[in-house]
Design a protein around this ligand. Structure first.
Ligand code: SF4
Ligand code: ZN
Length: 420
């Protein structure tokens, strides 16, 4: 018999009511910021003999030793053991850290992997909140939610900057890279099933993501491997198997099986969804897309904007304006929310000609996807350095200047058929 831990031993409250709490700079005692210093969060599957249940260790300074308002390093490794545990479950458990840590009163968390950011409020600090309490929360939450696979759990939290650098670069990043590589070798054709995800129906009641190896969930956080693991961990949960035995049109990525699944999971709101088209029955969008792409008629192409981009796009719209046209679980041909990693996928808008249609992205996003996107362009079309041909806000934020830039670069979209 497994016993649920209902009382977590921390000096502040722990409840989902605190999940949306934001801690402003002036109310903050200390912060940890993976975008500035070395941080990481990691679940590691270990042998039972290597894990001492409920042991929590802090290696480095406690909050008391950190200066008020300072930016610090943090890396926590949650070691788990269990006979049903699989390394494929690690990222699914890791992704829940965000919710767990956010449920602490006076503590705020965003991001994941080595890019998380945590703030501890002055009030929480004054109540006696310490680094080790993050360990208590992670321990209790992981044991509660993943009791089917986790028998023993130990947490090591590093705040020593040199140790954080070591854990991030020598332990965490190689593991993240290996996970990404594993996914990179899978194609939609090489698997027998896809998965649905309806986690976002709480906000967008008719929204269904269809997650395939080459098309991750639009939030960017649910890969096909993650959806598969989620289904194994919780067979009646948000991710269900979608068979792909009855294709209708391989180029569009339409299947009778997929249509039946989205009809069922959207309670009849959706009838047909294609996997590879933004014009014909595109996938719906909830609200948490990392990016939106929208057609740009003057260049026969598409513009992509990411959530972090605050400026104007050549569509005459900002990201929030594009988002207002795209979200809410409805199909809007010509506009589509998607994850950042989908941009370099061979299945991105395959039905409309693929990544050759991309004519504009914010500079930061372009740099983020460059290596993978250039590789795909090389493989699909033999184009070298494709991102060089794509406009950004430094060359154009209106269609005229964009077309001029694309003409100068010889961008292939200009010679393609119009999308409308
Ligand atoms: Fe799941 Fe899609 Fe929501 Fe991501 S955006 S959590 S994949 S429903
Ligand atoms: Zn969502």
């Amino acid at each position: 018999i497994k016993i649920k831990i209902t009382n977590i031993d921390i000096p502040v409250a722990f409840a989902s009511a605190f999940e949306g709490e934001i801690i402003r700079r002036k109310d903050m005692q200390v912060e940890f910021d993976g975008s500035r210093v070395d941080c990481a969060e990691l679940v590691q599957t270990c042998d039972a003999s290597e894990v001492e249940d409920h042991k929590i260790t802090v290696v480095g300074p406690e909050v008391d030793d950190m200066e008020l308002g300072s930016k610090n390093s943090i890396a926590y490794v949650v070691k788990v053991a269990g006979k049903n545990m699989q390394p494929d479950f690690e990222p699914v458990i890791e992704r829940k850290f965000h919710n767990y840590i956010n449920c602490i009163e006076g503590v705020y968390h965003t991001g994941q992997r080595d890019m998380q950011r945590i703030r501890i409020s002055i009030d929480a600090f004054n109540a006696g909140f310490k680094i080790k309490h993050i360990g208590e929360v992670l321990y209790a939450s992981v044991k509660n939610e993943f009791d089917a696979v986790v028998d023993k759990c130990e947490v090591v939290i590093y705040t020593d900057p040199a140790e954080c650098t070591r854990v991030r670069h020598e332990v965490a990043i190689p593991i993240f890279d290996k996970r990404d590589e594993r996914l990179d070798t899978l194609t939609d054709e090489s698997v027998d099933v896809y998965y649905s995800c309806i986690l976002c129906q709480a906000f967008s009641p008719s929204h269904v993501c269809v997650v395939t190896p080459e098309r991750l969930g639009l939030c960017g956080a649910v890969s096909w491997l993650d959806a598969k693991a989620t289904h194994q961990l919780d067979p009646n949960g948000p991710c269900q198997v979608i068979t792909k035995e009855r294709p209708i049109d391989e180029n569009l990525g339409s299947y009778e099986d997929v249509d039946e699944a989205v009809q069922k999971f959207s309670q009849g709101a959706l009838e047909h969804v294609t996997l590879y088209s933004i014009m014909q029955d595109p996938m719906t969008s909830c609200g948490c897309f990392e990016c939106i792409c929208g057609i740009e008629p003057f260049s026969n192409g598409v513009v992509i904007a990411n959530r972090e981009y605050a400026g104007m796009t050549p569509l005459g719209m900002t990201f929030p304006e594009m988002a207002s046209m795209t979200g809410g679980g409805v199909q809007t041909p010509g506009f589509m929310g998607h994850g950042k990693h989908f941009i370099s996928s061979k299945k991105f808008m395959k039905a409309e000609g693929g990544i050759e249609r991309i004519v504009w992205m914010p500079k930061e996003l372009k740099e983020f996807v460059a290596e993978r996107l250039n590789k795909t362009a090389q493989e699909l079309y033999g184009i070298e350095n494709f991102t060089d041909m794509i406009g950004d806000e430094t060359v154009a934020t209106d269609p005229e200047a964009l077309v001029e830039y694309l003409t100068e670069k010889g961008h292939p979209a200009l010679a393609m058929d119009p999308m409308m």
